[in-house]
Design a protein around this ligand. Sequence first.
Ligand SMILES: NC(=O)c1ccc[n+]([C@@H]2O[C@H](COP(=O)([O-])OP(=O)(O)OC[C@H]3O[C@@H](n4cnc5c(N)ncnc54)[C@H](OP(=O)(O)O)[C@@H]3O)[C@@H](O)[C@H]2O)c1
Length: 318
Amino acid sequence: MAKVPKVKLNNGLEMPAFGLGTFMSKPNEVAEAVKYAIDRGYRHFDTAFAYENESEVGRAIREKISEGVVKREDIFVTTKLWCIHHEPSRVEAACRKSLENLGLDYVDLYLIHFPVGFVYIDEKTLIPCKEGTSSILTNDVDYLDTWKAMESLVKAGLVRSIGLSNFNAAQTERVLKNCEIKPVTNQVQCSIEQNQKKLIEFSRKRDIIITAYSPLGRPNPSERKPSFFYENPTKAIAEKHKKTPAQIALRYVLQLGTVPIPKSVTKARIDENIEIFDFELSSDEMKLLDALHTGERVGAILKMIDNDHPYYPFKAEF
Ligand SMILES: NC(=O)c1ccc[n+]([C@@H]2O[C@H](COP(=O)([O-])OP(=O)(O)OC[C@H]3O[C@@H](n4cnc5c(N)ncnc54)[C@H](OP(=O)(O)O)[C@@H]3O)[C@@H](O)[C@H]2O)c1
């Protein structure tokens, strides 16, 4: 069973340097995946209110705790505040709802999922759109006000650490200049095709860890086929190390200094993805993979948000 090292966060707590993603893991399959992953050495789980699977993720973790396989303190659980809950008055209730879904007293990490707030209609309308269009209704809640409400959650003991997701460097700096509690991480897309080198360097200097989402480029032969995953030089490097392209892609972002959280509900892939701590890519191999950066972003939702919104994060270079 693979042994995953831990990284130290800027608040003195630790986070396993690798985790299991659960976006688009269906409720009927995610509990099995989480339980299997715990048996295989995974200790870090990433979910979100918006993934609508917190209950199953939490149930799987609690089952493994009651079986005596792990203790609560061995497991690192991340969930996220969704964009309809950015108004400060909604933040605590949203966090308590996530805790209730998970069946846990606290989460290890709570993130602002995205810097842009959406109009609140009701708890079920996660993506409020203008009638007859696929254009999201946003609001102008300042993420600094949301951040203050996130800080209160730490003080209330509901969450151990707080962080950001999909924030650019200027937005991160603005939080840092105005916060009482620093974000421990910024969870962003990071893979061979979107290597985030500038944001990683910026964040490293400020003691903020980058958590790498979509580290495999979300490969799925019927929907998305990132060439870096299926072609050379990744394939050739994989053959040389007797590893798979997925393991090369994950080792690459690990060596960039990030914490990868690949998603899988497939047992063989859950096994495969964690086996990245027993080999190293050379600096020449890292350079070959660096050259595959295209800057492409995954995620259909990005196309639905008005990119003129003042807090839209991806117009900036990084
Ligand atoms: N903060 C955010 O805004 C944000 C956005 C996106 C994602 N995330 C988080 O990051 C996690 C990972 O990102 P992601 O799910 O977008 O993409 P990803 O992990 O790069 O890719 C997941 C896809 O790759 C497949 N896969 C997994 N291991 C594989 C392997 N060894 N070989 C071939 N295919 C493999 C999975 O299929 P199977 O499951 O069928 O095996 C799934 O279709 C998410 O699940 C979520 O927790 C956060």
